[in-house]
Design a protein around this ligand. Structure first.
Ligand code: PLP
Length: 492
């Protein structure tokens, strides 16, 4: 099986090359030339399997240049016992006969990014052993919070890798900052910068594409790679949990094998919901993919009108991981729906970068309407959804609550799986405010204790000891010093 680029369909690369490179040279994203098929008998065979076994089955269909031993090594390492605080890895919880919540936040950083970022380091090191043997891979990340921590946890102490994370000193929550400052591992580095997230991101991109920096790394046997969400190696692990959730729906007796389900996904960069689209294309009986947005509802408008327009007000919300106006992974969907028309995709993306908008063809819009529905939740609706859901027995985080609210607006009677993307304890202030009507005036660490007291739920272990953990990284740098910080951290 080969991969091509959304902006040059003549290209053919292996999955190892796609994962090692991250993005295609002409700026396109790697996509599978054909989406592998799963029949009902394949799905049936997966029902008695563990999460790890299901993952091996799905990954082997996409990563055809990996040996079975390599797939075993990657999956067994990523989802090893004890890494996720549920033996099901991504458990499915029933909301009193209503929808089903697919908990994707049971990993070491309590956000759904762990599902992919625990596996990516294994995929990347296995792939680059072929593509770039004997090199040490250096991962640079600019983060606004969740991705940086999840990448650090994923890459910590993975042989032949180094990971360096830059974050805006005033741009992350107290909880997120402490999570990164206390990161363990011999191959990790964390640095705050005096600037905002865009400054961090621009600085990282500059270092990443600077030929002189690359030459200096090469002298020391190192190469850069990316843990960015457009890497195919972050998408393919996400396809697994939608297949797994369908198996669990059957196993729990919520549906019969072959029945259709709907899936609701709280969406930002369009990665998570795109994974559900791949699961549907493979043959998992999914009727409708429901895209849930917060007040930054550019995707709601796009999926219901066919016009993508990022020229709008940007809102800072209580679901920050969905505060995005350019959803990069949408490009992959458009490529598939255009039936691999790379010229058409280049046109849309060109228009997006020049004017901030584009309108898709009637054919693409028809195809979108056949598979997708979309809605959004305001901040007030989000808070109300947290309260109502808690009163019914389930405490969601702010992102998951967006999906619960949109589910309520668009439910059509089909059994439904709602993706839950973070622990409520990652956003204790907003969750507490939703439940109490206002947040108490206490520091963010005390908020967790308070939330636990008020709701009778437990603080997840990775967040519980945070306040008392040893701070390892507390330096703050000027933006202009980022390149030097990279050399310092790498010791070159
Ligand atoms: C990243 C993230 C999202 C958005 O996922 P996309 O794949 O970017 O659409 C939603 N919720 C949480 C908690 C996240 O960290």
């Amino acid at each position: 099986m080969f991969y091509t680029s959304t902006r040059d369909k003549s290209l053919r690369v292996t999955s190892s090359e796609a994962i090692t490179k991250g993005i295609s040279d002409e700026g396109g994203l790697f996509v599978p030339c054909e989406i592998p098929a799963l029949g009902l008998s394949d799905i049936e065979a997966m029902i008695p399997m563990s999460y790890r076994e299901r993952a091996k089955k799905i990954l082997s269909l996409y990563l055809t240049d990996f040996t079975p031993e390599e797939i075993d090594y990657c999956v067994d390492g990523a989802y090893a016992e004890g890494k996720f605080d549920s033996e099901k890895v991504a458990p499915l919880v029933n909301l009193k006969g209503e929808a089903n919540i697919l908990e994707l936040f049971r990993g070491p950083t309590c956000a759904f990014k762990d599902m992919a970022l625990q596996l990516l380091p294994y995929l990347l090191t296995t792939a680059s052993k072929r593509a770039a043997p004997d090199k040490e891979t250096v991962i640079l990340v600019a983060t606004s919070g969740d991705t940086g921590k999840a990448a650090l946890e994923g890459f910590k102490d993975v042989p032949h890798t180094r990971i360096l994370v830059f974050y805006p000193v005033e741009g992350v929550s107290a909880m997120q900052k402490r999570q990164m400052q206390t990161q363990e591992g011999a191959n990790v580095g964390v640095c705050a910068i005096k600037g905002n997230f865009d400054d961090a991101q621009t600085g990282v991109k500059k270092i990443f594409t600077d030929k002189a920096v690359a030459a200096k790394l090469a002298e020391n046997g190192m190469i850069f790679s990316s843990a960015n969400s457009i890497n195919w190696g972050r998408l393919v692990p996400q396809v697994v949990y939608y297949c797994s959730a369908y198996c669990d729906m059957v196993e729990q007796g919520r549906i019969a094998l072959g029945d259709q389900i709907n899936v609701v996904v709280p969406t930002g960069n369009f990665g998570n919901i795109l994974a559900a689209y791949y699961a549907k294309q493979m043959g998992i009986p999914i009727k409708t993919l429901i895209c849930a947005s917060n007040s930054n509802n550019v995707l709601t408008d796009f999926l219901t009108t066919g016009t993508y327009d990022r020229n709008r007000k940007f809102y800072t919300t209580t679901s920050p991981s969905m505060d995005i106006l350019i959803s990069s992974n949408l490009e992959r969907l458009l490529f598939h729906l255009s039936v691999n028309d790379d010229a058409e995709i280049r046109e849309y993306m060109d228009s997006l970068s020049k004017t901030g908008k584009y309108t898709v063809s009637d054919d693409i819009f028809e195809a979108i309407r056949a598979d997708f529905k979309a809605g959004f939740a305001t901040e007030e609706e989000d808070a109300a959804a947290i309260k109502v859901s808690f009163d019914l027995g389930y405490l969601p985080d702010t992102h998951t609550a967006v999906a619960i609210e949109v589910y309520k607006k668009l439910a059509d009677g089909t059994p439904t799986v709602i993706a839950a993307t973070a622990s409520p304890y990652k956003f204790p202030k907003a969750v507490l405010a939703a439940i109490l009507g206002e947040a108490p005036q206490i520091d963010e660490f005390d908020m967790s204790d308070e939330l636990s007291k008020v709701t009778g739920t437990k603080i997840p272990a990775p967040l519980a000891g945070l306040r008392d953990r040893q701070v390892r990284f507390d330096s703050v740098s000027e933006i202009s010093e980022m390149e030097q910080r990279v050399y310092d951290m790498l010791g070159i």
